[in-house]
Design a protein around this ligand. Structure first.
Ligand SMILES: *Cc1c(COP(=O)(O)O)cnc(C)c1O
Length: 489
């Protein structure tokens, strides 16, 4: 594709600029130090309107997203985002307000925040939520800071050890580190779950708590969660739930009942807000009653039919994000929750789990399935069989692009070699699931027949196989005439 900088011809233009209403350059020159004066005209492309429009529309059509196709990115929950959510978030009363407006003039917005706290509490079995954190990872940091503050308030500041399973999302140990906690990683057992003996070995007087994802990143439910909770609580620790992907439990089980004391949710995953490309997100944090005093402030409260911001919270860990967090994201999630209703949300969980199991059963004859059990919202295959033929999981992911699919998450969780982590979500129908299954089976066959071809994939995309290492070490972030994408041969 020709970049816009390479199009056009001298003198071609698509704009008519109005006459300047400031003095011409010549009259101003004596006011500007010479080193700041431009000597040569900028090297901008000279293109017509139609060239500019075609360029940008062309770029937009190269984009892949949930609106263009299947996006089975395990752990990231790329579900379809109903457009009504966008309509609601765009309403003037939500998008046109200013965060410094007085409480009296934003009662509707405060009511929405207040109600969202209630809805999320009901869905998770928690007592109170803060909607401030802007992402899952920030929710984790916030939750861990509260756990720390809780122990300190009881004169147990020595509790600085946090247990994290080896299957956990990378943000878990990173957030713990940032919160000033010491990470103790424990190995999962043969069934892919927390090993109770390993857990016991890591419990001592320094225990702050444990961070768990349930269902875990293998898509497996921690069936011994009650035993885990009892062990941790008896030792004076708390349970943190990484609830980024709550798709499997919505309306069916609550982390509160499982014994968790703190949870973060990713509204930009489970609650259908678009994500990817860096945001915006929203990672609300919910806690049981015992931790509520430590929540970030302010919280939205209600008295005599009015909503207000409560800053009078002496034990609060303080503010973690400006104003009310990413309010627009909260509005979209609220629209989603209300339009689905309790029955709809339960159906989300049922269909997400059904879709994942359907796909797992269809693919397990072609790819190794290290943990061959009923899964929840996602499952993890291994490309180790294909690796023996010299084809890596990355090659398989690239080949999927040729079939028009976004690849699943790869090389995570770390405990599965050549991992392919697939999360179909509830929003896909049987046709799409079957098409993806067919592509995966076709690729498994290609690995046997023509591995070299798979190794060089993709073959049909605008840009071929890129040098991943070079892209990370020497990223080309700016167009230069001499810079071109290099195809790997
Ligand atoms: C996505 C995810 C996170 C991090 O969420 P961000 O919003 O990307 O910070 C944490 N844990 C799990 C299991 C996730 O899938």
């Amino acid at each position: 594709m020709k970049l816009i900088f390479e199009q056009g011809a001298p003198g071609r233009t698509g704009i008519h600029l109005p006459a300047a209403d400031v003095p011409a350059k010549k009259e101003m020159e004596h006011l500007i130090p010479p080193e700041y004066l431009r000597r040569d005209p900028p090297a901008l492309p000279e293109v017509s309107e139609v060239e500019a429009v075609r360029h940008f529309v062309g770029l937009s059509q190269l984009n892949y997203g949930v609106d263009t196709g299947f996006y089975p990115l395990g752990s990231c929950t790329m579900k379809y985002n109903p457009k009504v959510n966008e309509e609601i978030a765009r309403l003037d009363g939500f998008s046109g307000v200013h965060p410094y407006q007085s409480e009296a003039t934003v009662q509707g917005c405060l009511e929405l925040l207040y109600n969202m706290d209630r809805y999320l509490c009901e869905l998770t079995g928690m007592a109170k939520f803060s909607l401030q954190p802007a992402a899952g990872a920030q929710g984790e940091l916030t939750g861990l800071m509260m756990i720390k503050a809780y122990h300190e308030s009881r004169g147990e500041g020595c509790r600085t050890r946090i247990i994290v399973p080896d299957s956990s999302h990378g943000t878990n140990p990173a957030s713990a580190q940032m919160a000033g906690l010491e990470v103790a990683e424990i190995k999962s057992n043969r069934s892919g779950r927390v090993d109770l003996d390993e857990l016991k070995k890591n419990i001592d007087g320094r225990l702050a708590g444990i961070m768990l994802t349930n269902p875990n990143t293998l898509g497996l439910f921690e069936s011994e969660i009650k035993e885990i909770a009892d062990l941790v609580h008896q030792a004076g620790g708390l349970l943190y739930n990484d609830g980024a992907n709550a798709n499997a439990i919505l309306g069916i089980a609550t982390p509160g009942a499982m014994g968790f004391d703190v949870i973060h949710l990713n509204l930009h995953k489970t609650f259908s807000t678009p994500h990817g490309g860096g945001g915006p997100g929203s990672g609300p944090v919910g806690v049981k009653e015992s931790l509520a005093p430590f929540l970030p402030k302010p919280l939205v409260e209600q008295a005599e039919g009015r909503y207000y911001l409560d800053y009078d919270r002496p034990h609060s860990i303080g503010r973690v994000k400006a104003f009310f967090g990413n309010f627009g994201v909260v509005v979209k999630a609220c629209a989603y929750i209300l339009s689905m209703g309790p029955e709809g949300l339960r159906r989300v969980a049922e269909d997400a789990v059904l879709n994942a199991n359907y796909m797992k059963q269809a693919l397990k004859g072609y790819y190794e399935l290290p943990y061959d059990q009923v899964c929840k919202h996602e499952f993890v295959l291994s490309g180790s069989r294909q690796k023996e033929r010299g084809v890596t999981t990355e090659d398989i992911a690239k080949r999927l692009l040729d079939y028009g699919f976004h690849p699943p998450t790869i090389y995570f969780p770390l405990i599965v070699r050549e991992a392919l982590m697939i999360e179909p979500t509830e929003t896909e129908n049987m046709d799409t699931l079957d098409r993806f299954i067919a592509a995966m089976i076709k690729i498994a066959g290609e690995v046997e027949q023509e591995p070299e071809m798979v190794r060089k994939a993709p073959h049909t995309t605008v840009v071929g196989r890129l040098d991943g290492v070079k892209a990370a070490r020497k990223p080309v972030l700016k167009w230069r005439p001499e810079a071109r994408y290099e195809r790997l041969e």
